[in-house]
Design a protein around this ligand. Sequence first.
Ligand SMILES: Cc1cc2nc3c(=O)[nH]c(=O)nc-3n(C[C@H](O)[C@H](O)[C@H](O)COP(=O)(O)O)c2cc1C
Length: 492
Amino acid sequence: MTQVIERQLPEVIQGGMGVGVSSWQLARSVSQAGGLGVVSGTALDLVLARRLQDGDEGGHMRRALAAFPDPAMAQRVLDRYFEPGGRERDRPYRPVPKLTLRQTAEQQELAVVGNFAEVWLAKAGHSGAVGVNYLEKVQMATPAAAFGAILAGVDAVLMGAGVPREIPRLLTDLAAGRVGGVGVDVHGAEHPHRVAVDPAALLADALPALPALRRPRFLAIVSANVLAAYLARDEATRPDGFVVEGPRAGGHNAPPRGKVVVDERDEPIYGPRDEVDLEKLATLGLPFWLAGSQGTPQRLAEARAAGAAGVQVGTVFALADDSGLTPDVRVELRERVAAGTIEVRTDLLASPTGFPFKVAQLPGTLSQPDVYDARQRLCDLSYLRTPYQTADGDIGYRCPGEPAHMFARKGGDVAETVGRACLCNALTADVGLGQTRRDGYDEPALVTLGSDLSGVRELVAAHPHGWSGADVVRWLTGQRASDDEVMSSRAT
Ligand SMILES: Cc1cc2nc3c(=O)[nH]c(=O)nc-3n(C[C@H](O)[C@H](O)[C@H](O)COP(=O)(O)O)c2cc1C
């Protein structure tokens, strides 16, 4: 088993960074250079709808939609969202359906088509491997999203931020064209709830005409031996490998084990109990990649020496020219890293998920108290909201990032709202898809990076005018660009 995976999945995995930072362009560039290019699978329904409303510059979304196996479904999405020439900058984007337990066909179609498009574009025109990354916490999104990615032939699915015990089965079912679903945690519920997608009902006539779908590999992102051992124990929950993510990684982190102790800057203190025992992990017999402060050639070599199949790297890829970050954010971050004028904090409050979240302290973003205080709280995208059972047995939804009085009215604890940022709106702003409100207010950004910026400094020195995802793979692995790769990157 180990050998098969190691042969198929490369030693460098580019992290799936949401929303849209791990764009199809970045994943494609990485995978053409021999790495596992990974697109972020978070909120791809919204990403597609907004790109179409912005006029779909370059026609890439429409190119992908033209390849979708059910042309009528792709056309419905285009009819709803495409605006030739793009919307006027000061007109708000139209809403997309919010995640719910009971899902409409319109809602699932946008998610299926959005995931298909991003993976299809990342895979187009080469034979490299492409993965998609989801968050376990965003449970209601997963079945439809995974089905769209499978339709596009995704090679691997990666998932962290929770216990992804149902994903192996979900991928097997969906690839076989069967109904596939996952359980959804509903606070206070008396009976279990599920969200499912039915490929036959969604695609109807198009499904039998499709070539057999391939089940992607599944890599579980874990931060502790016990979770890895738990998942590996049973065939039904066993992944095809692990990404072992440490507390210095960008994005969300697992909280420290035991009672959380903070330092003088209110950042959580991690200790030896938070380290994963790699020798013990290796006894599970599954390949693993190390993540979090692993993004240099030396770290890759050390990881291999420690028995890892390779590394998963985020920060240096996020700052590559082909990532989804807006050029001004990317360039400012690179300059600040080089000048040593950026700090990355592990913020215990910012994320509505309750997980610690790395925040780059960048002027003009929600990391700054004045920008944070000036934002009127509002939850209109709602990817991180969670369902709860109401007193009359109905289902409600709440997010600690919403206005405190509304959260309290829904039975939430007001203390949980303190310091929360609206990651949904902020992360879409990072990639140029942020909302403009009717009163002209532009949703501000909030940028996450890993704690270790040494790789970025090395790359800034070697590539002062910027680098591509492929440059990062070559730098990490010590290879030179092949002629094919240079030709194909010029052709796009
Ligand atoms: C900008 C950014 C966004 C990220 N977003 C996600 C995400 O949405 N889901 C996820 O599982 N990991 C996310 N991560 C974590 C990366 O996939 C990767 O594991 C991590 O960055 C590796 O550590 P490094 O930044 O030290 O290289 C993100 C990281 C960064 C830098």
